[in-house]
Ligand binder design. Structure first.
Ligand SMILES: Nc1ncnc2c1ncn2[C@@H]1O[C@H](COP(=O)(O)OP(=O)(O)O)[C@@H](O)[C@H]1O
Ligand SMILES: [Mg+2]
Length: 332
């Protein structure tokens, strides 16, 4: 197959905020996807979507399929930018479509859908201006997050607050720095889990990944914060989460967690691949935090490949499974 890989390369630019490029992919990830595709016998056009005029590129070069990992550039529809161009040109691509990508990037809208589907998600309130009164019934501790970011951008331990003064300070900071609404959620204290869904002929829920932060004391961070993700593995900073895949869960809870992730994937209309982030509360209720239709694919660092390896797949099998799932849809 002639495959085009569309991506946004992670760059270093001292004039930009430290987390500016966090969602983008490293050269290692891009090289790994290219080499996996080639190993499986495909030819690859690698396209950093930052540069070429996508319309003219795809008009001149008829590829069979686009392997899309591009995060896009502008605002809350950024992940849909490349798929929208491809939709217009009627070129098939891997992964979720324009609509689901935009929806999943909006955490509050996602949560409204989850609620309608009776999928547990932490109680929440969306702050648009930052001077709205706190809704009755929301219980501290609360966590403040930018509504339309990923890679834990704007999230560190000071985002978890236990009083109204700190809450409103953080809400206003979030609105001002990230130029978007602040999502405030009840903080769920229990286990951190993430669940990969892979559709390849039939839908597979991969072994659940548990991320344990109990050895991260030195870092002062005790959940998947921006620092934890960006500098994962840094011993000096104490950013050393431990991974358990499969997660250490009773069979019954494992089944419940997988069911919730699969229902989230379907409710959001995701295709081929998704990763749902979940926290278990003390009664083992799996609360869905969000779904990632473009999960990181770094072969060494990212959560999704870890789950695929635990299912017995090699990296190139994972990449091929995503591609094949999309090509079967194209045929259908
Ligand atoms: N309501 C919550 N309760 C407990 N931890 C949370 C909650 N919301 C976010 N977190 C922590 O912050 C991390 C990042 O939040 P998430 O909603 O997944 O945003 P992102 O899109 O940036 O990954 C989660 O993986 C989790 O560790
Ligand atoms: Mg997340």
């Amino acid at each position: 197959m002639r495959v085009a890989l569309t991506y946004n390369l992670k760059k270093k630019d001292p004039l930009k905020p430290a987390d500016y490029f966090s969602e983008c992919d490293s050269q290692e990830t891009i090289n790994s996807v290219i080499s996996a595709l080639k190993t499986k016998g495909h030819s690859v056009d690698a396209i950093d979507v930052e540069y070429p005029a996508l319309f003219s590129y795809f008009r001149k070069n008829r590829v069979d399929m686009v392997f899309n990992i591009a995060e896009g550039k502008h605002g809350r529809f950024r992940e849909s930018e490349v798929p929208a161009v491809l939709d217009y040109l009627n070129i098939p691509y891997t992964g979720s479509d324009t609509f689901s990508l935009a929806l999943a990037l909006n955490k509050a809208l996602t949560k409204k859908i989850l609620k309608a589907e009776n999928i547990p998600t932490p109680a929440f309130q969306l702050f648009v201006k930052g001077d709205e009164p706190l809704a009755a019934g929301l219980k501290f501790p609360l966590i403040v997050k930018p509504n339309c970011e990923g890679s834990a951008k704007g999230i560190n331990k000071t985002n978890v607050v236990d009083n109204e003064d700190d809450l409103f300070k953080k809400v206003r900071e979030c609105i001002n720095v990230y130029h978007q609404e602040a999502l405030v959620e009840e903080f769920i204290e229990g286990k951190e889990l993430t669940v990969g869904i892979l559709e390849n002929g039939k839908t597979r829920v991969l072994p659940i990944l548990e991320i344990d932060f109990s050895n991260c004391e030195k870092s002062g961070e005790y959940f998947y914060s921006w620092k934890m993700k960006e500098f994962q593995g840094n011993r000096e900073l104490g950013l050393v989460p431990e991974f358990y895949c499969p997660a250490r869960l009773d069979k019954e809870i494992e089944a419940k967690v997988k069911d919730v992730a699969l229902r989230t994937h379907r409710a959001m209309g995701c295709l081929d691949i998704s990763r749902t982030d979940i926290r278990l509360d003390k009664f083992n209720v799996p609360y869905v935090l969000e779904i990632n239709p473009l999960p990181g694919l770094d072969p060494k660092e990212s959560n999704f490949p870890i789950m695929a390896y635990a299912a017995g797949m090699k990296y190139e099998d994972l990449i091929e499974a995503i591609l094949m799932s999309a090509s079967e849809r194209k045929k259908a």
